[in-house]
Design a protein around this ligand. Structure first.
Ligand code: NAD
Length: 381
């Protein structure tokens, strides 16, 4: 159990609400971190091991993410202790939504995170009798199903294109290696191919594929639609490379888009890419970030590169009470513009200040939040 008061610092959390319900066994927590730039917004996680401390850390990440993409929401996150595959999931979700009806939708709106799907968001809307109570629902309900649209992976490839142009490495013809073939990785593969890059390596939990001449992305995408993660084995007739090899194959661009903590100092030393675009959250250790910076490898930090989902969530927030179905092409165009601008800005700031791109991105977000806190009289100006 975290001591909630010990989680509080100058930024937040401003509000922590713990709830429980005896009959369903529901236990959960809502953390509203910082609302200086707008109401708290962040996804809702369901896992057997979620803690108040974990939800508070994730809520803080949302504060920085919204500020970094310059959209006007604050940080928040909710967590439910429970098995997302359990038979009682719907009852638990309904109990959790009811218990937070004082806060939702004025102070918090439910959204997708680990353990919650588009269908769960629809259940929450139903329970509270309010289309504004949750985002991430299927387009059948006028929602923005961000994972199915593949906006995060799309944004990762757009960012790579912007930075590649900035550092004199044209993406057309550049070799790209991608770790992970999930919502982020599979959409990134498609967009990289559209942008003219040569995808030479991809991986899933079942193994890595590598072809120095370039993989057949159309075939891979077809197999992925049918077999999911097993597409790598189907593609290679069962003969796959060792996991982790995809991070160090000869390539100009590397996209870790699976797990956290996959690039440590040793791996960082062996990376051949000139550009690393972090699709996953926290894939690179701070020590590895320094190694890459010393080696002149440009890194686009996670909360800049994978913010496509956040931009889509911004559209979803606006669409909650609209009669019109959001246009996926408009969302993609906005993801592209916002993420490209931010990535180049962070790159230039890190060069100007002589700090890593992660430090520059964090400083940019903090400055924006602090400016809003000053204007609202929350800190002395
Ligand atoms: P996902 O569950 O859809 O896919 C994860 C992929 O990683 C799968 O293909 C899986 O097989 C693969 N994988 C797992 N272990 C692996 C290993 N050891 N080596 C290689 N591949 C492995 O997840 P996702 O939604 O694509 O998210 C991936 C990462 O991106 C996570 O860090 C997530 O937090 C982050 N992220 C996702 C979004 C989003 O919109 N989905 C937004 C921001 C950040």
């Amino acid at each position: 159990m975290s001591d909630v008061l010990s989680l509080m610092d100058q930024w937040g959390p401003e509000k922590v609400v713990s709830v429980s319900h005896t009959r369903t066994g529901m236990k959960g927590v809502l953390v509203i971190d910082n609302t200086a730039r707008g109401m708290g917004k962040g996804g809702t996680r369901m896992s057997p091991t979620v803690t108040t401390g974990e939800v508070a850390r994730l809520a803080r990440v949302m504060t920085w993410k919204w500020a970094a993409v310059d959209l006007f929401y604050g940080g928040a996150k909710a967590g439910i202790v429970g098995d997302p595959t359990g038979r009682d999931k719907e009852a638990v979700l309904r109990a959790f939504a009811r218990a937070l009806s004082n806060e939702v939708p004025a102070e918090y709106v439910f959204g997708l995170d680990m353990g919650l799907t588009e269908d769960d968001a629809a259940i929450i809307q139903d329970e509270l009798g309010d289309r504004g109570a949750a985002v991430g629902t299927d387009s059948v309900l006028g929602g923005v199903p961000y994972d199915r649209l593949g906006v995060t992976g799309y944004g990762v490839a757009e960012v790579a294109d912007a930075l590649a142009a900035r550092i004199g490495l044209p993406l057309a013809g550049a070799r790209v290696a991608i770790q992970g073939l999930g919502a982020v990785g599979s959409a990134a593969v498609r967009r990289f191919a559209e942008l003219g890059a040569t995808v030479v390596a991809v991986s899933s939990v079942h193994g890595a594929l590598y072809d120095p001449a370039g993989l057949d992305v159309e075939r891979l995408s077809r197999l992925h639609a049918e077999f999911g993660d097993l597409a790598v084995k189907e593609y290679a007739g069962g003969v796959v490379q060792a996991l982790g090899s995809e991070l160090v194959v000869p390539a100009e661009v590397l996209v870790p888009a699976a797990l956290q903590d996959v690039i440590d100092e040793k791996v960082a030393d062996r990376i051949t890419a000139r550009l690393v675009v972090e699709g996953a959250n926290l894939p690179t250790s701070p020590a590895a970030q320094r190694v890459l910076a010393e080696r002149g490898v440009v890194v686009v930090p996670d909360f800049i590169a994978n913010a496509g989902g956040v931009v889509a969530a911004g559209f979803a927030m606006d669409a909650r009470y609209s009669a019109f179905r959001p246009d996926a092409e408009v969302i993609r165009a906005s993801v592209s513009t916002k993420l490209r601008e931010n990535a180049v800005r962070v790159y230039e700031e890190s060069a100007r200040r002589g700090v890593t791109s992660h430090e520059a991105a964090r400083a940019l977000a903090q400055e924006r939040v602090l400016a809003a806190m000053r204007l609202k009289g929350r800190v002395a100006s």
